[in-house]
Structure formats: structure tokens, C-alpha cells
Write a protein that binds this ligand. Structure first.
Ligand SMILES: [Zn+2]
Length: 239
């Protein structure tokens, strides 16, 4: 009942719409991230057809093929957007690949800093310290997507750093701690669909409602209040 009435207040700050088996109907504000610069063109078409969608220019760290060529392709598309994602680091690979990711991410940060008001959705698997160190003091809006690093790193989040929380995080121990402790000022919602799936295989932006329900329960605040605050955050970041 509650969600039937208020679902339009939801938002999804990290969703791979292009990787769905079938393109879903997008009914509330959604940041469509991509993983390769070539994918951006398609995402942009989606955004042109639906004002609720923002298209992200991405270069996923594990999908870097050729540093120079990939950065060139990225730079070329960057002329068309200030929305970036998914980019970042993933330290589940060997060291020389990590170093290549660091060089690419550094360059992306430099390029985006030259543009005004860039928004970046960041991957930081097993690399949260490095990602935080690299974005520190930079001028852009950063969204740490599916953050799973040390909690201490989140102690003094500056106002240009947000965390997008997804329905998988409400089940993990670290995730729950994050839900309990970070300021509402820094929270966004994400589905990371189709990659975050429920036990029954369900995925999609509507599942972000479960994050709101959990936040309400953990914090003893009404779901509506949380929903309105996060909606405000989303528009502050993306409008
Ligand atoms: Zn993702």
C-alpha cells in the first residue's frame, strides 16, 4: 500500500539498464551506468527518450583492454556528458593490472575535474582505501556504489561524497553497519540491476524500496521521511 502510493519518490543511482534481458519501463529517476565507452551511445538514446533517465559514460576497471585506446574513446565521449559511471578500481586482480587501473582512473579523474559539475559512480571492490585517497579533495560529485570497504573511511564524508545503497547490502554485516551509521545527507539508492538479484531471481529498480524499508526500521524513522530526504539528495546530485 505504502509503496503503491509513494514509489514515484524512489530513485536508482546505479542501474545497468542496457544489460537487462528486456528493457524495463523506467518510472522514476534512474542513472543508467555503462561499462565501456562504446555502450554510452546506446545509453544516451535511452536518456533522450525518457527524461527520467541519465546516461553514464563508463569504463569498468576489469574491462580495460588497452589503456591508451580506451582513454581516447572515453575522452571523446566526455564532450557529451558530465555523468560518469561506472569507473573506479577493482583489486581482485594481479598487481600490474591494478596499476593499469590506477593510471586509467587517475586520468579519468583529471579529465572530469576539468569539466564543471561532473558526477561519478565509483566501483571500489577491495580498493576502497585507494579510491578514497584518489578522490580526496577533488572537485566533482562522487557516488561510492556498493561500498564494502572499512567503515572508518566513512567517518567524515565530505558533502560531495555519497554512498548508493543496494538491496544486497541490507543482508551483509558490513552493509547493515553502513545503513545504521552513515548520515542521511550522504545516502542514495541503487539497484545495481541486473547484477543484484534476490533469492527468487528478481531484480530491478523497484527493489530499492527494500533499502528504504530497512533504513526506516534500523533508524526508527518513517519510510516517507527517509524517502523524501534521499529523493532530495538524488535531485541535488543529478539536476
Ligand atoms: Zn554496477
Amino acid at each position: 500500500m505504502f509503496w503503491k502510493k509513494h514509489h514515484y519518490l524512489l530513485s536508482d543511482a546505479h542501474c545497468h539498464l542496457l544489460d537487462f534481458e528486456e528493457l524495463p519501463e523506467v518510472e522514476f529517476p534512474t542513472f543508467c551506468v555503462t561499462t565501456r565507452p562504446e555502450q554510452f551511445c546506446e545509453a544516451r538514446k535511452l536518456a533522450e527518450n525518457n527524461p527520467l533517465i541519465k546516461a553514464g559514460l563508463g569504463l569498468f576497471p576489469l574491462y580495460i583492454k588497452d589503456e591508451k585506446a580506451d582513454l581516447l574513446a572515453f575522452e571523446k565521449e566526455l564532450k557529451n556528458t558530465r555523468f560518469i559511471g561506472e569507473v573506479g578500481l577493482d583489486f581482485t586482480v594481479e598487481e600490474n593490472l591494478q596499476n593499469s587501473q590506477i593510471r586509467v582512473f587517475q586520468k579519468i579523474l583529471d579529465l572530469t575535474e576539468e569539466k564543471d559539475h561532473c558526477v561519478l559512480s565509483l566501483h571500489s571492490r577491495r580498493s576502497a582505501e585507494k579510491v578514497m585517497e584518489m578522490i580526496k579533495g577533488r572537485e566533482a560529485t562522487f557516488i561510492l556504489h556498493w561500498y564494502s570497504g572499512p567503515l572508518e573511511l566513512l567517518d567524515d564524508l565530505s558533502e560531495n561524497i555519497f554512498l548508493s545503497l543496494n538491496p544486497a547490502m541490507i543482508k551483509s554485516r558490513t552493509g547493515k553497519k553502513i545503513l545504521r551509521s552513515i548520515s542521511l545527507e550522504n545516502i542514495l539508492l541503487e539497484s545495481d540491476a541486473p547484477y543484484v538479484k534476490m533469492k527468487n531471481g528478481e531484480y530491478g529498480s523497484f527493489l530499492t524500496s527494500r533499502v528504504v524499508d530497512s533504513l526506516a526500521l534500523i533508524r526508527g524513522v518513517s519510510a516517507l521521511e527517509i524517502l523524501q530526504k534521499i529523493n532530495e539528495n538524488y535531485h541535488k546530485v543529478f539536476d
